[in-house]
Design a binder for this molecule. Structure first.
Ligand code: ADP
Ligand code: ZN
Ligand code: ZN
Length: 727
């Protein structure tokens, strides 16, 4: 008897599935679809996923020359029925090879030939009763582990709290002082009660609960500090009390220890936290525990949307407008959009929370597809901050800041309060120029100026990472008069330190806070509340609750106003509102100062007069008038190569073929805004359709064919459906 034939999706950028004969070393799983198998591929072997089985060869396939798969890794699909179906949908929507989509969904440890049984999430608890014999001496690593285990902890948390604890854990377990238990079997702890909900919060929670077990998307449209998290928590508690699982997505920068602690304390059950700092094994363990229905609350960043949830009752997406929900390479899915698709497939409510809804989400509200729940005021004692525009045209700047702005910063800091100074540009100055001949430093590999990093004595390219020593004289005319033009965070830090020598000035950008733990430690310290001036990039704009922060300064709103991207205005408005939302979250009132040379700009005027809601209404009307997304479906075909002709050949052919598809228009090839990066020329096409299905159909039949073109081999190309950045 010949073994059945398996159709297998492999994690390779190819559009076909591959046929193999089933392994004979072990019996076939009862339902092999979705199971992982090891197969020979090229000269090595790969882990693939079975997408179809042909038991008797009725399909008339030719078995001669087919290779045999080596081994089964699973006895049942790890994906579960709903995720499996949704991934097929996602593959067709974002137009990406199925094998890569299936592999992306798996945690890294399971993309290898590892059986799922070998992966377990552990937790530790103090043994009770503790054995006789001497207890570890106070202050030792062992004593600190025991102290941390006054409540049982998952392994990853214990490692966070007691760095280096792995060295003594084994000993403690062997000595009978500590018990090792499966992570999601930890006993429940009493949940800490939160503040009583205010009427708007109560109404929102009731609406979510009233959706029962049915699919309904909600937009929780609540100003910053309005208590959205309290609404999530109440809805989550309701869902887990009914025995359901809940998935909570947060932006990359929002998954702070404080946020994790809040969910843990308030829910009182073990939470599976999925973030990039986890070891592969821990991540896989949490994913598997969710797939078995054991982990009842999954909290994570973008890729957590790819977690199986057999007992789902609710999905929450916090800060739904956040760009980190869109994957920017490989399988370019949007976790926010996928959350809605999964909620529909699972038949559960989904809550998209934000103070600044994306225009896509607002269009869905207006079309009646999403139900809006409003939290119009801040919760607790905090009031809305006062926002003022500072017109730079009429004032002489002192070191990048208007005198009134300098005074305000000094005043707030000297009162013992915290000040946030936002500038979306790291480094000392965006340009180094020659005073005599006009030369300025440019990257040799990109079409862009190099940023001066004075502390390091370097010029750095922020696009390709190239760095070179700071020149002493102009390479063009030998003049020694080289001037730093403009202000980056490093320079502002210097300026503010000189202005306020008695106050700590802390810079927060990728240069000062390379690791997430450094970033978290900084905020831990600021939460304590002492006076400080924070200078930083958009890392500062998100989610932090610093009650003593009373002044926020936006150093330069003009860069955002000038953006060539049609989403530029939306992004700037969101940023301004989010930065403003950092000020005045405690009892003291907040103030926001926005520096600009365009105080009459309609965006700023509407935003100040009518808030984000007014801005968004206008912006949405403009999008509709110009048939821009979300009133049209867009995709981008991007290509890069050393030489222009290769790009032109590929994009030219792509344009000509895509144009033939019904309902499709194509713009381009257009040079990218950064037309050369790291030595590669870059260009793109914009593919548009009034009808989303027309777009998916056209791209779905085009991409596999284009993949085989000889022109495709001479460029690096990618397809991006619903692109966030279109320049
Ligand atoms: P958001 O997520 O909307 O920015 P949070 O849920 O973080 O807001 O709440 C902001 C602050 O207000 C937190 O300190 C929170 O404890 C507090 N808060 C939330 N709801 C209430 C309430 N009903 N009564 C009193 N304080 C509240
Ligand atoms: Zn010169
Ligand atoms: Zn460069």
């Amino acid at each position: 008897m010949t073994p059945p034939l398996l159709r297998i999706a492999l994690p390779v950028p190819l559009w076909q599935a591959f046929d193999y004969l089933a392994p004979t070393e072990a019996p076939m799983p009862a339902d092999p679809v979705g199971c992982r198998v090891v197969v020979p591929f090229g000269r090595g072997s790969r882990v693939g996923v079975v997408v179809a089985v042909d038991e008797d060869g009725a399909a008339g396939s030719d078995r001669d020359g087919l290779r045999q798969a080596e081994a089964w890794l699973d006895r049942a699909s790890l994906y579960g029925e709903e995720l499996w179906r949704t991934l097929h949908w996602a593959q067709a929507y974002w137009v990406h090879p199925l094998g890569e989509v299936m592999a992306t969904a798996l945690p890294v440890a399971l993309r290898d030939a590892r059986p799922a049984e070998s992966i377990a999430a552990r937790a530790y608890a103090r043994a009770a009763p503790s054995p006789d014999g001497p207890a570890p001496r106070a202050g030792t690593l062992k004593a600190r582990v025991l102290e941390a285990l006054s409540t049982p902890l998952p392994e990853s948390d214990l490692k966070d709290r007691v760095p280096g604890c792995a060295r003594v854990l084994r000993d403690l377990v062997d000595a009978g002082l500590v018990d090792e238990v499966p992570a999601f079997a930890l006993p429940e702890r009493p949940a800490i009660e939160g503040p009583p909900l205010n009427p708007a919060q109560r109404e929102a929670v009731d609406a979510i609960i009233a959706a029962g077990g049915r699919f309904q998307p909600f937009v929780l449209d609540g100003v910053t500090g309005s208590g959205k998290t309290e609404v999530y928590l109440a809805a989550i508690r309701h869902a887990i009390a009914a025995g359901h699982q809940v998935l909570v997505l947060v932006p990359e920068i929002g998954l702070t220890p404080q946020a994790i602690r809040r969910y843990r304390e308030r829910l009182g059950i073990p939470i599976a936290v999925l973030h990039s700092g986890l070891a592969d094994g821990e991540r896989a363990a949490a994913w598997l525990a969710a797939g078995r229905g054991e982990a009842r609350v999954v909290l994570g960043t973008r890729s957590a949307i790819l977690t199986p949830l057999p007992r789902a009752g609710l999905i929450v997406v916090d800060e739904e407008h956040d760009a980190s929900y869109k994957q920017q390479d490989g399988f370019r899915y949007s976790a926010r959009d996928l959350a809605v698709v999964r909620a529909r497939a699972l038949g559960v409510p989904v809550v998209l929370g934000t103070a600044t809804p994306s225009l896509e989400t607002l269009a869905n509200v207006e079309a009646g597809r999403y139900q809006r729940l409003r939290l119009p005021t801040r919760a607790g004692p905090a009031r809305r901050p006062v926002i003022e525009v500072v017109d730079l045209n009429r004032r002489r700047l002192v070191e990048g800041l208007a005198p009134a702005v300098r005074d305000a910063i000094a005043e707030h800091a000297r009162r013992g309060e915290q000040v946030l100074v936002f500038r979306n540009r790291r480094g000392f100055a965006p340009r180094l120029a020659c005073h005599d001949c006009g030369w300025h430093a440019e990257c040799t590999r990109c079409d862009t100026a190099m940023t001066l990093h004075r502390g390091e004595g370097l010029l750095r390219c922020h696009h390709c990472g190239a760095a070179r020593r700071l020149p002493r004289e102009c390479p063009s005319c030998r003049s020694a008069e080289l001037v730093a033009e403009g202000y980056g965070t490093e320079r502002l830090e210097e300026v503010l330190t000189a202005l306020l020598p008695e106050v700590p000035v802390l810079r927060v950008d990728r240069d000062t806070t390379r690791t997430k733990s450094a970033f978290d430690a900084l905020f831990e310290r600021l939460e304590a509340g002492g006076p400080a001036v924070l200078v930083g990039t958009q890392m500062l704009a998100k989610g932090h609750d610093l009650p003593n922060l009373t002044l926020a300064v936006v150093v330069d709103a003009d860069a955002g106003l000038a953006s060539p991207d049609f989403r530029g205005a939306e992004r700037l408005a969101q940023l301004l509102v989010q930065v403003s939302g950092r000020a005045g979250r405690g009892v003291k009132p907040g103030r926001v100062l926005i520096q600009t040379r365009q105080p009459e700009h309609p965006l700023l005027k509407t935003l100040l007069a009518e808030g984000y809601g007014g801005f968004a209404r206008e912006a949405l009307a403009i999008r509709q008038g110009h048939a821009l997304p979300p009133f049209a479906a867009w995709a981008m075909v991007r290509a890069e190569a050393r030489e222009d002709p290769a790009i032109e050949a590929f994009l030219g052919r792509a344009r000509d073929t895509l144009r033939e598809a019904p309902g499709i228009t194509v713009q381009g090839p257009l040079p990218a805004q950064l037309a050369r990066r790291a030595g590669y020329r870059r260009a793109h096409l914009i593919v548009e359709a009034g009808d989303r299905r027309a777009l998916n159909a056209a791209l779905g039949s085009w991409a596999p064919v284009a993949h085989a073109w000889p022109e495709a081999r001479r460029v690096r190309w990618s397809l991006d459906v619903d692109p966030l950045e279109v320049v």
